[in-house]
Design a protein around this ligand. Structure first.
Ligand SMILES: *Cc1c(COP(=O)(O)O)cnc(C)c1O
Length: 388
């Protein structure tokens, strides 16, 4: 059997269905009830009790002191970069291997992404390599860390927890402190992923979560900012809600701000989804062990599994092809998708996109290699019917 046929066979053994998508949301809980209540009471838009409740429950779940819900993850990331002090023409360190929104949010602040290589053990940024690189290319000046090549300030670093697998945050925090960088986490994919007993997104100054339709918890579209910094949370709420000063009837806005609110309708859905996150994660973790088992006798591929000391949400199941079968990746994708088993390659590396081609970057041999070897497998929690 060809490797493509073998991979398809093993996927089918696990999914046991003729047509399977990559990740589909599931709404078997209180979603309809809460959303209906919004419509019946008229509280569908920019204020409402579900907005407050979703923020409280997200803070409680992640252990962050504060949560501010927003219109989507990208807008949330833009705002927290700004609040972390990123200014026009600064540089911000981001992984070369990420969704385009990570870099876009940096550009929306007028700053420049500066790309970092991946760690093959986490799929996130390589912290040791980053440290060595910064020692090499930067110098400390009065107001922070400067790229000697471009003469621009490097203001922040944005670790992204790929498919739910955490970056080595304790190590990254030490490196960021050494080089005087703010840490803003892109935790879009890692709601329900932990390092020890600490939730991803609670290590840096602040973090963004996404509730887009394909994420583990969805509000249709939406996002959140989480932080332990009370002043930052207050600023984030103000800046994402048109900077309106609270008043019974007057419209006074005290700065140029954004309309990045999450509508109550979406927050209602988020509350219902969050009630079931435990089940979603249980199903996804079981799915990971079933894939790992199914692929055990296929030495050319392996399932990417959680590292000791971490608990991973397994948002997207990740198959890693051995280097010798990497050239067959497209054939594997073609065969599986044609047979109704939706599989996807990872994103194109960000520095290969036309708008980011001239940005600063370190050598990225590991990201280049991973980009050719990652195949995401069907990951919906409904694939484990006993749990969902
Ligand atoms: C989904 C995602 C985002 C963007 O979130 P939206 O809510 O779609 O704006 C950002 N970064 C990563 C890594 C993501 O996966």
């Amino acid at each position: 059997m060809s490797i493509a046929a073998t991979v398809l066979d093993r996927i089918q053994r696990v999914t046991q269905a003729p047509k399977v998508s990559l990740h589909e949301p599931t709404f078997g809980g209180n979603e309809l009830k809460y959303v209906t209540e919004c419509i019946q009471t008229g509280w569908v838009s920019s204020v409402g009790e579900y907005v407050n409740r979703f923020e409280r429950e997200l803070a409680a779940y992640t252990g962050a002191a504060h949560a501010v819900v927003v219109s989507n993850g990208t807008s949330g990331l833009q705002v927290i970069l700004e609040l972390a002090g990123v200014r026009r023409d600064d540089e911000v360190l981001v992984p070369a291997l990420s969704f385009v929104a990570t870099a876009n949010a940096v550009r929306h602040c007028g700053a420049w992404p500066h790309f970092v290589d991946s760690d093959p053990r986490t799929l996130g940024m390589d912290v040791d390599k980053l440290d060595a690189y910064l020692r090499d290319v930067t110098e400390q000046r009065e107001d922070g860390c400067y790229n000697r090549r471009t003469n621009r300030r490097i203001a922040a670093v944005v670790p992204m927890h790929t498919f739910g697998h955490p970056v080595d945050m304790p190590a990254l925090m030490a490196v960021a402190e050494r080089h005087r960088l703010e840490v803003v986490e892109d935790a879009a994919e890692s709601l329900g992923s932990w390092i020890g007993d600490r939730h991803t997104g609670t290590f840096g100054r602040c973090a963004m979560l996404s509730f887009n339709g394909n994420k583990i918890v969805t509000t249709g579209g939406g996002g959140a900012i989480i932080t332990n910094d009370a002043a930052l949370a207050k600023r984030a709420k103000h800046l994402t809600t048109t900077a309106k000063q609270p008043h019974a009837w007057a419209f006074f806005h005290d700065e140029v701000a954004y309309n990045f609110r999450m509508p109550n309708l979406n927050a209602a859905m988020g509350c219902a989804q969050l009630e079931r996150i435990g089940q979603f994660i249980e199903a996804k973790r079981l799915l990971a062990s079933r894939y790992a088992e199914a692929f055990r006798d296929v030495p050319e591929v392996s399932l990417f599994l959680e590292r000791p000391g971490t608990t991973v949400n397994y948002w997207l199941q990740t198959l890693l092809l051995a280097p010798e079968v990497a050239p067959q990746r497209d054939e594997i994708l073609t065969v599986a998708n044609a047979a109704g088993q939706m599989t996807r390659p990872v994103w194109e590396l960000l520095y290969t996109l036309p708008m980011y081609g001239t940005c600063e970057r370190m050598d990225t041999p590991v990201a280049d290699d991973l980009a050719r070897r990652i195949v995401n497998l069907p990951s919906s929690p409904q694939l484990i019917p006993g749990v969902i």
